[in-house]
Design a binder for this molecule. Structure first.
Ligand code: HEC
Ligand code: HEC
Ligand code: HEC
Ligand code: HEC
Ligand code: HEC
Length: 217
């Protein structure tokens, strides 16, 4: 989609939200139109990193659980990016001379963290929280796509407001049993499983999770 707004539109938005939330009632239609312009859309793009870390290799190949590296995803707003010591648990032993891993070794030696560039990055005026989504049975793959097949991380979705709202209006078909949240290959067997999960986790009705204050606080 064409980029209709300059990047600087990002800096104007917080002020306009404050104004618009006040007069939200009639403004919703035009807001959604604005949202369609999509200045925040980076779907499918990969990002340059100092170390070309592969989820495909570490997740599908080696079978490492997401939580081994993204340790706070169940308890906090952010999932967290692992410190060098997590990599070094293995890479002090395996591939410990590979040139590709020199930034990991030098980071370990010097104590300087590796700088990972963000792939997903919501504007500051939008509030997101991982732990609530995990607690209500939304799988990582529902928002991040098939991470276990990504040689380099990319954003599977636009992360635009209308994308968030599409699910908040009708989350039922995405709610899975909690023990399957980290499973990249899970598929719903039938409607009944989904309905049961929704009732079990007492997911709030759409009206409560589509109000502006849910994500703009
Ligand atoms: C061995 C450690 C490790 C494991 C296991 C792991 N990750 Fe990651 N993950 C990383 C590192 C390092 C980065 C930052 C580099 C990058 O973006 O590729 C990252 C980045 C990400 C990002 C993008 C972060 C951003 O910048 O927006 C997502 C999403 C993600 N991981 C999801 C997952 C999911 C889902 C799983 C389980 C299926 C998983 N990861 C398993 C280490 C890991
Ligand atoms: C549980 C052990 C383990 C952890 C933790 C781990 N790795 Fe690996 N990594 C491996 C193994 C095993 C290989 C494959 C070596 C081979 O192919 O012989 C590998 C390969 C790699 C490679 C080579 C390219 C490829 O094929 O993926 C890179 C780069 C890499 N790891 C980076 C990292 C980084 C960065 C971290 C921390 C975020 C990390 N690894 C954490 C076990 C681990
Ligand atoms: C409801 C959608 C959704 C689900 C489910 C979800 N994420 Fe995310 N994730 C996001 C968004 C949106 C961001 C960007 C947050 C920001 O920029 O503030 C993000 C960012 C990340 C990041 C970057 C670091 C951070 O915390 O901001 C990692 C790593 C990550 N997610 C891993 C995971 C893992 C692992 C799971 C499964 C337990 C998961 N995510 C489930 C939407 C989701
Ligand atoms: C695939 C479905 C899905 C997507 C996509 C999704 N969410 Fe959610 N979200 C949910 C569900 C389900 C809940 C839990 C509602 C409840 O607590 O009953 C939730 C809850 C939340 C909450 C907590 C509300 C509160 O009052 O505690 C916030 C904040 C939130 N989502 C923000 C976002 C944002 C921002 C995005 C887009 C970047 C997003 N969500 C995308 C399904 C989704
Ligand atoms: C489920 C979460 C969620 C809800 C509910 C929500 N927003 Fe947003 N909103 C976002 C996210 C995420 C962004 C940033 C991404 C983007 O630009 O689309 C955003 C962006 C915006 C922007 C910036 C311009 C634009 O469209 O990108 C405005 C203005 C805005 N929202 C107003 C509102 C108003 C008014 C409401 C209530 C009718 C509302 N939002 C409800 C998540 C939400």
């Amino acid at each position: 989609m064409a980029q209709l707004f300059p990047k600087s539109a990002n800096y104007l938005a917080p002020a306009s939200i404050a104004a618009l939330v006040l007069v939200a009632g009639g403004a919703v239609g035009s807001l959604l139109a604005l949202d369609y312009a999509g200045f925040n859309q980076r779907r499918g793009e990969t990002v340059e990193q100092t170390v070309p870390f592969s989820h495909e290799h570490h997740v599908a190949g080696l079978g490492i659980d997401c939580r081994y590296c993204h340790t706070s995803v169940e308890k906090s707003a952010v999932a967290g990016i692992p410190p060098t010591s997590t990599c070094y648990n293995c890479h002090k032993i395996v591939w410990n001379e590979a040139p590709m891993l020199e930034p990991v070794r030098s980071s370990y030696r010097t104590g300087q963290p590796i700088e990972w560039n963000k792939v997903h990055d919501l504007p500051d005026f939008a509030y997101f929280n991982h732990s609530i989504h995990v607690a209500k049975g939304i799988g990582c793959a529902s928002c991040h796509g098939p991470v276990d097949q990504m040689r380099l991380m990319r954003s599977a979705e636009s992360l635009q407001m209308r994308w968030c709202l599409e699910c908040h209006r009708n989350p039922e078909k995405f709610i899975r049993p909690k023990e399957e949240v980290f499973n990249m290959n899970w598929k719903a067997k039938d409607q009944e499983t989904l309905g049961r999960a929704r009732r079990k986790y007492k997911v709030r009705p759409p009206a409560e999770i589509t109000s502006c204050g849910t994500c703009h606080r």
